[in-house]
Design a protein around this ligand. Structure first.
Ligand SMILES: NC(=O)c1ccc[n+]([C@@H]2O[C@H](COP(=O)([O-])OP(=O)(O)OC[C@H]3O[C@@H](n4cnc5c(N)ncnc54)[C@H](O)[C@@H]3O)[C@@H](O)[C@H]2O)c1
Length: 316
């Protein structure tokens, strides 16, 4: 029987990862480790938390001793926990460095001490910075983060690199595009637009809404992660990318059409971020070679996600 630890398991992506891992590793034990910040909700784990295979720990990555104790005899450790919202990072950047950089360091050190065999660290495509060229960035691209969130994640990736070199820790790093789906705290584009329109509030758009982003469904992210757990090479970085990019305004328009909201009357243009990357473009051929393929299409997933927010609006 294996033991698998997932940090940030009560958050948006972590809770989906936890469910998928629970289904895949049917006989194994799961340790779900989460501090429970504003973005988390223990209810996201309701389908699995009462199983005798699941053990939930409410604690901080920075509480090193507790983390190390929980990593004892763990075979696979997946670090999903983070402060994840770029806008918050402009006002409260120290928290981002503490959680994302020092927190990841604490996770790596605890994994090293406990001799965890397989370690996956969840990073982001934002570490590469803006990409205005036609060629998408590969995994060996130099890092060029442009906001405190992406800088704290890039710093964590550097520590991963050093642990792989110095201690042969063999950590695998995963860098994905923007991820969308049910349970995302309504602060990021898709979740916030749906939430605001359902609450009859106006949606604010940075600048003119003409930045573009690639959006990956949380299901496609999880299937990529599973491929990486099964077939990924140790000490390797894997990008996970969607095929199609959308302008911010186009995403808001798609949601307004589905929810039958008058677009012009329900958006407000606000001053742009201090620096807003126009687009992130990454190449994920390395992951495709392991047999992964994107399945979901944003337009077709929007109705299902809107339904989830309608049913669960009281959670926020
Ligand atoms: N959401 C995206 O679009 C996206 C895209 C690419 C990569 N990522 C990465 O995926 C990961 C998860 O993102 P998310 O969107 O689910 O974030 P989220 O904010 O929804 O969830 C983060 C989780 O981490 C927990 N957490 C925060 N600080 C902690 C700490 N110090 N100790 C223990 N737990 C802590 C929170 O309680 C929460 O459950 C992050 O590493 C993020 O950088 C996210």
């Amino acid at each position: 029987m294996k033991k698998i630890l997932i940090t940030g398991a009560a958050g948006f992506i972590g809770s989906h990862v936890a469910e998928v891992i629970f289904q895949k590793f049917k006989n194994d034990k799961l340790v779900l480790y989460d501090k429970i910040t504003y973005a988390a909700n223990i209810k996201y784990l309701k389908n699995i938390i009462n199983s005798n295979r699941v053990y939930f720990v409410k604690d901080d990555l920075l509480n090193y001793k507790i983390l190390e104790k929980n990593l004892k005899n763990v075979d696979i450790a997946i670090n999903v926990a983070a402060e994840s919202h770029v806008d918050n990072s402009f006002g409260n950047s120290l928290l981002f460095t503490k959680t994302n950089t020092l927190g990841t360091h604490s996770f790596l050190e605890a994994c090293r001490k406990q001799k965890v065999k397989k370690i996956i660290h969840v990073s982001t495509d934002e570490v590469y910075g803006e990409n205005l060229k036609s060629k998408p960035f590969k995994e060996d691209q130099m890092l060029n983060p442009t906001n405190p969130y992406s800088a704290s994640k890039a710093a964590a990736d550097m520590i991963v690199n050093s642990y792989n070199h110095s201690y042969k820790l063999n950590v695998i790093t995963v860098r994905a595009n923007n991820i969308y789906g049910a349970r995302q705290y309504p602060e990021k584009l898709i979740s916030k637009t749906i939430f605001n329109f359902l609450k009859k509030k106006k949606m604010t758009i940075h600048g003119r809404g003409n930045s573009a982003r690639y959006f990956l469904s949380v299901n496609d992210f999880c299937s990529g992660l599973i491929k990486i757990i099964d077939k990924g090479k140790p000490n390797t970085i894997y990008n996970i990318a969607a095929n199609k990019s959308f302008y911010i305004m186009d995403v808001v328009r798609i949601i307004s059409l589905h929810l039958k909201v008058n677009l012009k009357k329900n958006i407000i243009f606000v001053k742009d971020r201090p620096f807003n990357d126009k687009i992130y473009k990454i190449n994920c051929n390395r992951l495709k070679k392991l047999g992964w393929k994107e399945k979901d299409k944003l337009k077709l997933k929007i109705p299902e996600i809107c339904e989830w927010y309608k049913k669960n609006i009281k959670l926020f």
